[in-house]
Design a protein. Structure first.
Length: 166
């Protein structure tokens, strides 16, 4: 599963939650101006984005599951197919066949970490990307605050309102 889809899903869900809170805080204004239909359309579009992306994630997950399940099943059958001719010729006993299959399974499990952990790694990377974006935005906000860009409060004598550079 691609990390971009996970990142987008987290972003769509956060956007939807933010708009729910915004709506709750402004419910009286929406009711006053009869904006319920616009808000409902807005929520449906945002929730539709969540659902569409979720279906995309499910399609990717299905493909990944087919791949990993097929890989896992082939790993069970492969050593038996390779060693079976020696077993049927009487060159090894049933215990040797089972030991060979077990040893192959242990090696295969050890070497297939990426295949079995890919979904978790993709989810982790999406979270890291969102946190990195949040951190860069915080750095930008701190640098703008250090430059005194935007609105800031300055103590003055007498309570006068001073507007500069408007």
């Amino acid at each position: 599963m691609r990390t971009r889809e996970k990142f987008d899903q987290q972003s769509y869900e956060a956007d939807f939650r933010f708009n729910l809170v915004r709506f709750r805080e402004n419910a009286e204004g929406v009711a006053l101006y009869h904006g319920e239909a616009d808000e409902l359309r807005n929520f449906r579009e945002r929730f539709g984005s969540i659902v569409r992306n979720w279906w995309g994630i499910m399609r990717q997950q299905k493909r990944l599951t087919w791949l990993t399940a097929g890989y896992g099943q082939a790993a069970v059958i492969f050593p038996l197919i390779v060693v079976a001719p020696r077993f049927f010729r009487g060159q090894i006993l049933l215990g040797g066949l089972m030991q060979t299959a077990s040893a192959f399974g242990q090696v295969q499990d050890s070497l297939s970490f990426i295949v079995s952990s890919y979904t978790d790694i993709a989810a982790w990377r999406a979270v890291v990307e969102r946190l990195a974006g949040f951190q860069s935005t915080l750095k930008l906000a701190h640098s703008q605050a250090a430059k005194k860009a935007g609105i800031h409060h300055a103590d003055a004598n007498g309570g006068d309102l001073i507007v500069d550079g408007v």
